[in-house]
Design a protein around this ligand. Structure first.
Ligand SMILES: Cc1cc2nc3c(=O)[nH]c(=O)nc-3n(C[C@H](O)[C@H](O)[C@H](O)COP(=O)(O)OP(=O)(O)OC[C@H]3O[C@@H](n4cnc5c(N)ncnc54)[C@H](O)[C@@H]3O)c2cc1C
Length: 336
């Protein structure tokens, strides 16, 4: 039996950390099931990527060429199908990148198999594969197995240790014809690190609440100052930015908005549940539907003018009762 780990290269022909994590999970699953591990790499130039994980003890397959440099459903799917067939994969494990999240459900259809996406872990129990998945906004973790094969699984990032083991990889080239593919890639625009304020790997989360856009002690709003203060902090610390629902909803209500906030930033019951070592909440009341999104943030601090706000009810480690405009200005000065 063969378990195939599939990876695609990044723009610089390396493998993303999430791919290395999925490899760790795939390798452990293969060992637990007594199965062979195969690795399939798709990309423009895959040799360096294959060598970066050459020590994993797998047989390597590759589909390489300029047509496979960028995400494109049809070519990614054709390449993945060719590799899966070349090694006779019964289980396919890959990282749930946007590229594979789009292409690999189609792989399951092509192979007449099944797919489970956004898994949080893999395990082998009595030689049987087990997939783990969060349910109900990460309040419960479920386990499931399937008898149908091939079983395609994509694993979310941050759920396994990144594989570390370079070595010379002997890659069997798999021929794939994509000359009939009509979708042409015109180019790729990558957001710069400073534009991208959601940074899942950051040490710290800064949450901005609706208070930043409310009338302040002088009776006026200062949204422009709020924007600059928040952005200065993010630029200096490379923290990830989160928001309360009230603040991201303001744009729909016609109020003055923090221009770089989107609904993707919303933390909470109907938003995200990010994982950062530390979190600092500013101008956010700390109501329960928001704070449930902090479940995996270990050290929590908040700044609020209201000493009896939600954060004060045992929801943070330290509450600074004060004006976030003033405090964050001082913090930014100290950060230089
Ligand atoms: C079903 C349901 C789901 C929900 N899901 C979510 C969710 O996923 N995420 C979420 O965030 N909310 C969610 N909410 C909404 C949530 O209950 C709150 O309404 C929301 O979090 C409030 O946002 P806020 O604290 O930013 O704004 P506000 O409640 O307006 O609080 C603003 C705070 O800013 C403080 N402040 C003002 N000026 C300053 C200053 N200069 N310095 C310091 N502090 C200042 C004020 O004292 C106040 O505490 C949900 C609600 C429901 C009913």
């Amino acid at each position: 039996m063969t378990i195939l780990f599939l990876a695609h290269t990044e723009c610089d022909n390396t493998l993303h950390k999430s791919a290395l994590e999925a490899l760790t999970a795939a390798k452990a699953l293969a060992e637990g099931m007594g199965a062979d591990l195969a690795v399939g790499v798709i990309g423009a130039d895959i040799s360096a990527a294959a060598d970066s994980i050459g020590g994993c003890g797998a047989k390597f397959y590759g589909v390489a060429g300029p047509e496979f440099a960028d995400a494109r459903y049809s070519s990614d799917l054709t390449a993945a199908e060719a590799i899966a067939k070349a090694c006779g994969a019964e289980i396919v494990v890959a990282s749930a990148t946007s590229r594979f999240s789009r292409a690999l459900p189609g792989l399951a259809i092509r192979l007449d198999g099944r797919v489970d996406t956004h898994l949080s872990g893999l395990d082998a129990v009595d030689g049987k594969p087990i997939a783990k998945r969060w349910f109900y906004r990460q309040r419960m973790e479920g386990t499931l197995t399937r008898d149908e094969r091939p079983w395609v699984m994509t694993l979310d990032s941050g759920c396994a240790e990144a594989f570390d083991g370079a070595g010379s990889a002997d890659v069997e080239a798999v021929a794939v014809d994509v000359s009939g593919v009509r979708t042409k890639i015109a180019g790729m625009e990558c957001v710069s690190e400073d534009e991208q304020t959601i940074r899942p790997d950051a040490e710290m989360l800064l949450v901005a609440g609706a208070g930043w856009t409310k009338k302040q002690a002088d009776g006026a709003t200062h949204v422009d100052v709020a924007e600059e203060t928040i952005m200065s902090f993010l630029t200096a610390t490379k923290s990830s930015l989160g928001s309360s629902k009230s603040l991201v909803d303001i744009s729909g209500e016609g109020g003055a908005i923090i221009s770089f906030l989107t609904h993707m930033h919303q933390v909470g019951q109907t938003g995200s549940t990010p994982r950062h070592a530390k979190g600092l909440s500013t101008c956010c009341h700390g109501e329960e539907p928001h704070v449930v999104g902090w479940r995996f943030v270990n050290e929590r601090r908040a700044i609020n003018t209201d000493g009896s706000c939600g954060w004060a009810q045992g929801k943070c480690d330290v509450l600074y009762v004060g004006d976030a405009f003033e405090i964050m200005k001082k913090v930014n000065e100290l950060l230089g």
